[in-house]
Design a protein around this ligand. Sequence first.
Ligand SMILES: Cc1ncc(COP(=O)(O)O)c(C=O)c1O
Length: 464
Amino acid sequence: MSSAIFSRWMASQKPRAHTIRRAPAFYRNLEEALDVRRKDHGLYTLIKNTWAEGATLDFCSNDSLSFGASGRLRQAFEEELARNPGAQLGAGGSRLMDGNYDYIEAVEQEIAEYHGVEAALIVGSGCDGNYAIFEGIPRPGDAIVFDDLVHASIMDGISRSLASTKVSFAHNDVDAFREALISVWDSQPLIRQAKKCVLIVVESFYSMEGDMSPLKELVQTAKEIFPGGNAQFIIDEAHSMGVVGDRGLGFVHALGLDSEIAIKTHTFSKAFGSIGGVILGSHTVKNALVNFSRSTVFTAAPAFHQVAAIRAGYALMPQTQTTVGRDNIQHLVKRLFTKITAHPIWEEATARNIISIPVSEDWEERDFQTQLVPLWTRERWGHWLTFHLDARKYSAFPVTFPVVPKGNARLRIVIHADHSEEEVDGLVAAICEWAEEMVAIEMGAAGRKVPWAARQVYALAEES
Ligand SMILES: Cc1ncc(COP(=O)(O)O)c(C=O)c1O
């Protein structure tokens, strides 16, 4: 029973530093730092997920096209291996030295053609891709203007970059974006003269918010303020790649904005169900990355089996079954929004700030939805909702500090291509059952303060 897993997790939140007072400072100091997390029940432990072996239904992982769960990717991968008998597993070195090989070049060429760009560079992961871009692309004197909720790997990449000016703007706020660009225009004469560049950095789908970039408006605004063409976009399509757009080409393609974007990054750890990343752009961009990015220079080239899994994923992308799955995601997200907001408890629960789904509010105005549905709740309640859903055999992940700022706890639901209407309806019923319980607790009608599933977990943690 998975509450045993949660109770192990609860038990791991007990402070430890005081139990090892005689240990060397090296260990004590680390345990003290970990205790800071434990105090807020914020220590991450490597617990085994409950869906992988079928104990729960996966509304949690990024396997949004169900390539992993359905076994389709594995089969395509095994076929790819069979076509390439005797391939070396390791690349044997950095791409710059002797780690380059025909197979990776051929797959990069195929990927570039699939996306209609000049060049593609496969990297070890999406994180590596973001580090590489910001290590390699911004030149001294350039400015980077970025959405303040971009992924940690983009933030880290930006902090390593040579750009002289780094300005963030409030998430998805086109007016704030305009102000950020104007501040760069006003303060940077070389950029004003179009001798240096502004690199604008956004994501397509923001996984913790479940929303998408107002990219058309951003592109338009950038053109107005920098008509000289020296404002260029870099977009991370980690969560939209495969899920939207013709043949899964992603968000930029779905908006018809391909020609406006200088660099796109995709990760294969999400909808592609494997691991790795690719940076798409021009030959110039690829050359700059290969030469200037420490993350590509000082690491071995992606290995054959990783590239083979990527190629297998691309083989699945245009298949009818995948298209049907993409459509099903759209259908089910809308169904979830419709069903949950129509539930009798929903209005009361949202009015009491017990639970809400901000992305459900204006879904009818959007051409398409993201597969990412964060349920906002109060700090720590995300864990309670997780326990409740797990007890009803639905797996979803609580997102708390430090992944999101304190006070912004949420539970992230990810809709998958192979989910059914019944499964989504069951999930909605389980969420609303929890909301009903929390409303009753708030109203003092439940005779207790902690919900049923959480009490189960706490009791087991006490025993352990
Ligand atoms: C927007 C974004 N970019 C990059 C990454 C990193 O991807 P990877 O797991 O391939 O390193 C993630 C993963 O969470 C992400 O959400």
